[in-house]
Design a protein around this ligand. Structure first.
Ligand SMILES: [Cu+2]
Length: 155
């Protein structure tokens, strides 16, 4: 238990070696620049974002997310209902064959509840993603003050 805590602390405190975009690969799934916006220390929740590309010829699904820094992690989406924006949990997120799913502010996101401690700008924390076909991969969420610049995002 002590060892686990120490490792976690080291992960939270280690200076970011890669300030630029970082990415991960598992099977045909490619995960681009996982990040989270820095929140006030007293905030009870945070959200994580990334872009998932599926380079395979079969559709996949993101089924679940876990992280040691939060009591609970859920997949969420934002929806417009009766003129209001609200968010709700989804059971999975489809990653179309040859396509992508974008997790971004006001869209799909990973919601983190019961945070033991809010991470600060420049820190990182681990997040484990489980895909139906590609399996499980651990990524590092880069905490930053501002959203990363979107390259050629079409709306
Ligand atoms: Cu949410």
């Amino acid at each position: 238990m002590l060892l686990k805590k120490t490792l976690l602390l080291a992960a939270l405190l280690s200076p970011s070696l890669f300030a630029m975009a970082h990415e991960y690969q598992v099977g045909d799934i490619h995960i681009e620049h996982p990040w989270s916006r820095e929140m006030p220390p007293v905030a009870p929740t945070a959200a994580a974002y990334f872009i998932v590309h599926n380079k395979g010829s079969a559709a996949d699904r993101l089924l679940s997310v876990t992280t040691p820094v939060a009591g609970k992690a859920e997949l969420h989406e934002h929806i417009h209902a009766d003129g209001l924006m609200k968010m709700q949990q989804v059971q999975s997120v489809a990653i179309p064959a040859g396509g992508e799913a974008r997790f971004e502010p006001m869209g799909y996101h990973v919601m983190l509840f019961n945070l033991k401690q809010q991470a600060k700008d420049g820190e990182r924390f681990p997040l484990t993603l489980t895909f139906e076909k590609a399996g499980t991969v651990e990524v590092e969420i880069a905490v930053q003050k501002d959203a990363p610049e979107q390259k050629a995002a079409h709306h």
